[in-house]
Design a protein around this ligand. Structure first.
Ligand code: ZN
Length: 327
């Protein structure tokens, strides 16, 4: 007689246990999936970041190669042409200004148009090599142009100031120098340049309107047509400079000082006005080693080595005039 309620209670107990097991299984599965998803998300974030860095490195490498190709093509295409490279204004001064004069307040219009000019430019600094580069330039009393990136450590700030104090041109390159960021949109590019401008304003009290696009105006990295960036910075009063002579030091592989020397000296022979691309970076020590020989040879061949100023006629892979013409 008393069997039925006991059986019933056992049945209820078994059900309760089954429901509890089911609950535990569901909870465990949900917890496991949450944990798995979280781990996967964290892993993917890291992976994205690593790939982004790799992409930037690849872009750097690719651009170095294309910079060299661009430059070589330019050299083949363009015969030295005084009209193209000389100042439009022709003045009567019959002799070149003495190199030893090197003061930055001398207008380029005062220089004889027949004088061959070389503008040495150093991208991507400041670096651990900036001091040595400045020493060499000082030794030969030569002024150059530094297209700098944004760095806020004390040494870099000191270098920005030293570049200015020693009469060189402190020009703008990019704050972050990350192609994937700056060429994402016109706003992103502008934001990057403004950040660099503000930094230089803070450190040295002014910032230049002379600019160089990372990868040059002919870079193939930007998804947006570079002409849009050109129009924008032109509207804002910037003047951009590319280069017509590449030292070849942009490559990720180590290039010998002899090759850098030959690239620069052979390259400058093709132009009446040469803008030489070099790099001021920690791993570019052969550039520093080649520099004294390059300067000596250029001076011996009676080139005038000058810093880029607002008077300098720009060398541009995509010329601003053509971009504005086709608007
Ligand atoms: Zn650069």
């Amino acid at each position: 007689m008393s069997d039925k309620p006991i059986k019933g209670m056992r049945e209820v107990d078994r059900r309760r246990k089954r429901v509890n097991r089911l609950k535990k299984t569901i909870l465990f599965t949900v917890f496991f999936w949450m944990l798995f998803s979280l781990t996967a998300i964290i892993f993917l974030i890291f992976k994205c970041h690593a790939l982004d860095n790799k992409l930037d490195k690849f872009n750097d490498f690719f651009l170095s190669a294309s910079d060299n190709i661009n430059t070589n093509n330019d050299e083949k295409r363009k015969e030295p042409n005084p009209d193209e490279t000389g100042d439009e204004e022709n003045d009567d001064s019959s002799s070149a200004l003495n190199e030893e004069d090197g003061d930055s307040d001398i207008s380029e219009d005062d220089i004889d148009e027949n004088v061959k000019r070389v503008y040495l430019t150093f991208d991507d600094g400041p670096s651990a090599n900036t001091d040595r580069i400045l020493e060499i330039l000082k030794e030969y009393n030569v002024k150059a142009t530094f297209f700098v990136v944004g760095k806020t450590d004390e040494h870099s700030k000191e270098m920005y100031q030293k570049i200015v104090d020693e009469g060189h041109t402190l020009a703008l390159h990019s704050y972050s120098h990350r192609y994937s960021d700056i060429y994402r949109s016109l706003d992103a590019y502008q934001e990057d340049i403004n950040k660099l401008k503000d930094l230089l304003d803070d450190v040295v009290g002014y910032s230049s309107n002379i600019i160089r696009f990372p990868g040059g105006s002919s870079n193939q990295v930007s998804n947006i047509d570079m002409k849009e960036f050109i129009k924008m910075i032109n509207d804002e009063g910037y003047v951009y400079f590319d280069w017509n002579v590449a030292s070849g030091d942009a490559t990720n592989d180590v290039i010998t000082k002899e090759d850098i020397y030959n690239n620069v000296i052979d390259g400058c022979k093709n132009f009446k006005s040469s803008v030489v691309l070099m790099h001021d970076a920690n791993n570019k020590s052969t550039t520093v080693e080649a520099l004294p020989d390059i300067i000596e040879k250029l001076l011996e061949e009676e080139y005038m080595i000058l810093p880029i100023t607002e008077d300098t006629k720009p060398v541009q892979h995509i010329s601003v005039e053509k971009v504005l013409e086709n608007q």
